[in-house]
Design a protein around this ligand. Structure first.
Ligand SMILES: Cc1cc2nc3c(=O)[nH]c(=O)nc-3n(C[C@H](O)[C@H](O)[C@H](O)COP(=O)(O)OP(=O)(O)OC[C@H]3O[C@@H](n4cnc5c(N)ncnc54)[C@H](O)[C@@H]3O)c2cc1C
Length: 453
């Protein structure tokens, strides 16, 4: 196989892949990028393909620039594409997707990148090591010889929750992944629809369902019944020094003290710039303890709802259309007249039985790449090219994003960007974090392509 010596394949064209590709093209006049995605539309990924008016960004527009060195880039774009119906300070995820596609089009059509960005609608099913680079195998049968590869495959599909039996999983009344199956729900009975999970995915799904079947009752269930908090209507400035270090127990104790003193939003925001460094300083046992005990609380305070979305959720709760409960599914199965649920409220042993018009898995992206059932990831693991991190949040990578193989050796030319690097960085799911990583990985990759690299 002939390897094109300055060509890089980027697998995935969501925010992570798109921005790595654009940073590569911006930083070098010689590199050629093959941007490959199995899903249209290019550049939007899973998060920003949303079209619903109430599927809002959960980060203020002022913090969503795709370029770290131009912090107002998105805010300026938004001002030029103003939508009077959109609440000030926040944008819809659909608008953000349009912004990303605009960036892609500008670079692709600009003279600097002429012929150097090739968009390939296909699925990468395998990567094989060849002399001087990689053989990228595509589902449609083509093979591409490239010098380096960046995996930007994004969030992995959710796993079936415990207690959901195969008969329910196979039923058309059950939706296993609301982002990959958006077929509208038309409930045949007035029994509630079960939303499994009470986080951000549940919020989006509850809002979409209400538009499809107004007033239809919904029951949202998770172990603790915690749901996301709202952003303040005005931006807040944290007025404490960022946390410099400490074990998870010490950090959380400080967080509680600061929250009592000046409000939880400022306390969490003051911690945000340090979360990657804190995570890196913790042992695997400390990280596991944080995930076990503190993660659900961290998630609902850290990932917030735009005020207009929070208002809509409050309306649904007040009207009793949505009920959020803490508990666990004992059994979800398919009966003669729909789905049948047995669940126990948190801390109780008795089961409550409930007939359902449907159920939607809103537990959010899965972490464990070994259980994702993804053909490319399974092949890479089987060939020993990659290994999961100790907590199985994603794959093991070096600080500059190079994937580490089964024997602990970092590849010089196989990189990862975005949520699959969560094991190393933890806070690497949102735009403000990934945009920095995209710049770093592009720089590290170009350094290795240079004759001295
Ligand atoms: C519903 C939702 C809402 C979110 N909202 C926000 C928000 O408001 N603000 C924020 O900062 N962050 C938000 N996030 C976080 C989000 O993870 C990041 O902002 C970012 O979009 C992640 O992009 P990504 O490219 O890593 O992943 P993805 O968007 O998932 O893109 C990965 C791409 O890789 C492709 N792919 C995967 N495997 C292959 C293969 N083998 N071959 C070819 N293509 C492949 C997929 O088709 C997909 O298009 C949200 C996430 C979700 C899921």
């Amino acid at each position: 196989m002939v390897v094109a010596s300055r060509t890089v394949a980027v697998v995935g064209s969501g925010f992570s892949g798109l921005m790595t590709a654009l940073n590569l093209l911006r930083a070098s006049d010689e590199v050629k990028v093959l941007l490959i995605d199995r899903r249209a539309p290019f550049g939007r990924g899973l998060a920003y393909a949303a079209r619903h008016r109430d599927h809002m960004l959960n980060v203020r527009a002022a913090k969503m620039s795709a370029w770290p060195d131009a912090p107002d880039h998105f805010a300026n774009w938004l001002a030029a594409h103003a939508d009077p119906a959109c609440p000030a300070g926040f944008a819809t995820r659909g608008q953000y997707g349009a912004y990303l596609q605009d960036l892609l089009a500008r670079v692709a059509e600009g003279s600097r990148a002429t012929g150097r960005l090739v968009v390939i609608p296909d699925e990468v099913v395998d990567l094989r090591r060849v002399e001087g680079g990689w053989d990228v195998r595509l589902a449609m049968g083509r093979s591409l010889g490239v010098r380096a590869v960046v995996l930007a495959v994004g969030n992995l599909p959710p796993r079936p929750p415990p207690g959901v039996e195969p008969t329910a999983l196979a039923s058309p009344l059950y939706r296993g992944d609301p982002w990959r199956d958006e077929t509208p729900f038309a409930p045949a009975t007035h029994s509630p629809i079960l939303l499994i999970g009470t986080g951000l995915t549940m919020v989006d799904v509850a809002i979409s369902l209400q538009d499809q079947a107004p007033g239809h009752p919904m029951l949202a269930l998770s172990r603790r019944g915690l749901s996301p908090q709202a952003h303040s209507t005005e931006p807040l400035v944290p007025c404490i020094e960022p946390v410099e270090g400490g074990s998870p127990v010490e950090v959380l104790a400080r967080l509680r003290r600061e929250a009592a003193r000046q409000g939880w939003r400022q306390a969490v925001d003051a911690l945000r710039p340090r979360t990657q460094a804190l995570w890196a300083s913790w042992s695997p046992a400390q990280r596991a303890a944080f995930l076990r005990h503190a993660r659900p609380y961290w998630d609902v305070h850290r990932h917030r709802l735009a005020p207009s979305v929070a208002e809509r959720m409050a309306g649904l709760l007040q009207a009793g259309t949505l009920r959020i409960v803490a508990g666990r599914i004992r059994r979800l199965t398919k009966g003669d007249a729909g789905l049948e649920l047995d669940w126990s409220p948190r801390g109780q042993t008795q089961a409550i039985s409930q007939r359902l018009a449907g159920a939607i898995n809103c537990t959010g992206p899965a972490g464990d790449p070994l259980r994702a059932g993804d053909p490319l990831l399974d092949r890479l693991v089987a060939a020993g090219r990659v290994r999961p991190d100790p907590l199985r949040l994603g794959f093991d990578v070096t600080d500059d994003g190079r994937l580490i193989d089964r024997d602990g050796v970092a590849a010089p030319d196989l990189f990862a960007v975005g949520p699959v690097t969560r094991g190393a960085f933890w806070e690497i799911t949102a735009v403000p974090d990934i945009r920095h990583q995209a710049v770093q990985v592009a720089g590290a990759l170009l350094a290795r392509l240079s004759p001295a690299g």
